[in-house]
Ligand binder design. Structure first.
Ligand code: SF4
Ligand code: SF4
Length: 301
């Protein structure tokens, strides 16, 4: 049996700010809500959300023999998070101003797994960062990290929602599991609903992705225009207005330092940029995912 305390020590050494551990469970209640969301037409271009649904609600179908889920979170809040002025018109979500987090977080998770395997050689487990159909936010709640806010992101009391998540699914039990989050959550606040420029945050705590600037600037192109409000990759508006993010601590892991500042790059500089220049300046960031042409299109919209 694994030790909760040991996993927490390794998580901190790996560079995570938060770590919680929950037993594997089936989320039948969440499935009802999810099915309702899939059927209401708000999924738009996120077709992958319709795949592997059985696995999504039962991690033991994702990893045979899974018993525990370690949820780790790392803050990326920087001066760019919430730092745009009213005249900025080439805004980029602040997580995208750092080195692409997928590889970084995967390495951090594998460090924990490999250290555990030195002590428990027969331990099996897998690390996931956005790569598998697992209810990561729900597991984060079960592991005591925070709650799911009205804008459908995980909010943590100390770091707000400017966090990135990764999970280790382990095929062994842990001596003590963390207590699920039991605080007041959003309470009476509804700032993100009122502040979303395209009214994509719904009253029922879901997002209408066909109206969401973040989806419209990154995911597959869709019919119909919406005002992108100066965002050219992602959108942080429903995070910037959140009181928990305003008081959240800045990130302290240098692997999540911004490597460029969108406030310093004008529209004409983007529009005149060539592919080689783009790759040398932004090839390590999440911007590579949608490519230069898409960014140029988003500027012209
Ligand atoms: S990312 Fe932007 S457009 Fe999407 S829900 Fe949040 S505020 Fe609205
Ligand atoms: S802005 Fe308010 S309602 Fe929205 S996620 Fe933050 S605390 Fe919750």
């Amino acid at each position: 049996m694994l030790e909760n305390e040991r996993i927490k020590v390794l998580s901190e050494r790996a560079g995570f700010n938060l770590c919680g551990i929950a037993p594997v469970k089936k989320f039948d209640n969440n499935r009802v809500v999810y099915d309702r969301w899939l059927n209401c037409g708000h999924v738009s271009s996120l077709e992958y959300m319709c795949r592997n649904i059985d696995m999504r609600f039962d991690a033991s179908r994702l990893v045979e023999g899974a018993q525990s889920v370690v949820v780790c979170a790392v803050s990326y809040k920087s001066a760019i998070s919430g730092g745009y002025g009213s005249k900025d018109n080439c805004k980029i979500a602040s997580y995208a101003c750092t080195t692409d987090y997928h590889k970084t977080i995967k390495k951090m998770l594998l460090y924990i797994l490999h250290e555990l395997q030195k002590e428990y050689p027969s331990l099996q487990g897998r690390a996931f960062v956005d790569s598998a159909p697992i209810l990561e936010k729900q597991y984060a709640v079960e592991a005591g990290l925070g709650w799911i806010g009205r804008q459908s992101l995980l909010i943590t009391p100390r770091y707000g929602s400017y966090i990135l998540l990764g999970e280790l699914v382990l095929c062994d039990r842990v001596d003590v599991y963390d207590t699920p989050y039991g605080g007041i959550g959003c309470g009476e606040c509804r700032r993100c609903i009122d502040h979303c420029p395209t009214k994509a945050v719904q009253e029922n705590m879901t997002i209408n992705t066909s109206q969401c600037i973040s989806c419209r600037t990154i995911e597959a192109e869709q019919e119909g225009k919406i005002d992108l409000n100066g965002w050219i990759f992602g959108c942080d508006e429903c995070q910037n207005c959140c009181p928990y993010n305003r008081k959240a601590m800045m990130h302290d892991n240098e692997r999540f330092d911004p490597i460029f500042d969108p406030r310093q790059i004008r529209a004409d500089e983007w529009l005149e940029m060539g592919d080689d220049d783009f790759m040398s300046r932004f090839g390590r960031t999440p911007l590579k995912r949608c490519g230069l042409e898409r960014i140029k299109q988003n500027i012209k919209k």
